[in-house]
Ligand binder design. Structure first.
Ligand SMILES: [Zn+2]
Length: 272
């Protein structure tokens, strides 16, 4: 997918452009034959009917401009519908799904940072990059990213999985994760989060890969680690239950499109 990120908006609106339009956790899609959907590529005429709020240019794909914005449900045109952004995975090209995640973060950030956090004045869009500037005190704010570690902890061919108290699926388990705190190295965060949530100390922490996770603004940083010591003792504020699982006896776990799912798949491939 040939996507170019830029804040430099073309001076003229071309015939049509891609619109990544949100309402709550949902994104606007166009209905296509055979149950498929697509990101709307919209002409100016249709755009006027949608009455979008907070429209922001954020890049180009296939040489067409990309905009994000918000819609109120009564303005959704015929043959379009809203779909949960997570549920969109697998229904459109993966490249477009990634762009949709980026669009969601730019859209949310523009809405949430309309006012300067230091002096309270109304901020303005910076023309040459994705940033908002306070005209009164010159504070510049950039789109917020919240880094979080996620770790597959392994002990004797078993993986540590927990069921978060806030998981929507009450049967789903996943590898443990948590947000990085100021002043903390990623490896220290892995040790702290795993210990706080499960009472387990880990060693041999290895970086695997990272994944942007726009729900709402996370960067997931994936690790593997080995059990060092301790007995399972869960933090009931974070986890409803946790346990050690063998690869042939896993509970319901996240799909492979998630970094959690990839880490669990890595465990299965290497510890069966
Ligand atoms: Zn200010």
């Amino acid at each position: 997918m040939d996507f170019i990120k830029t804040a430099l908006e073309p001076s003229k609106f071309s015939d049509k452009a891609y619109f990544f339009v949100f309402s709550g956790h949902n994104i606007l899609v166009k209905e296509e034959p055979d149950n498929f959907v697509s990101i709307p590529c919209i002409e100016e005429k249709v755009l006027a009917q949608m009455k979008l709020n907070g429209i922001c240019f954020f890049g180009k794909v296939k040489n067409l401009s990309c905009y994000c914005g918000r819609i109120t449900p009564e303005n959704i045109p015929d043959k379009y519908k809203m779909i949960n952004l997570r549920a969109l995975y697998g229904k459109i090209d993966n490249g477009f799904w990634s762009i949709a995640g980026y669009a969601r973060q730019i859209c949310d950030w523009n809405m949430n940072f309309k006012f300067c956090g230091r002096c309270g004045a109304q901020t303005k869009t910076k023309k040459d990059e994705h940033a908002r500037v306070c005209p009164k005190c010159n504070l510049i704010s950039y789109p917020r990213i919240s880094p979080a570690i996620i770790t597959a902890v392994v002990k004797d061919k078993q993986i540590l999985l927990g069921r978060g108290v806030n998981f929507p699926d009450k049967k789903m388990f996943s590898v443990l994760a948590g947000f990085v705190e100021p002043g903390e190295a990623l490896e220290d965060c892995v040790k702290r989060e795993i210990f706080e949530e499960s009472g387990i100390k880990v060693k041999n922490i290895q970086y695997v890969k990272s994944q942007s996770w726009p729900f709402p603004d996370s960067l997931m940083i994936g690790f593997t680690a080995e059990y060092e010591s301790g007995e399972l003792s869960i933090d009931s504020q974070e986890l409803a239950e946790a346990g050690w699982f063998k690869s042939d006896n896993l509970p319901i776990v996240p799909g492979k499109q998630t970094l959690a799912g990839e880490l669990i798949e890595w465990f299965v491939q290497n510890h069966s």
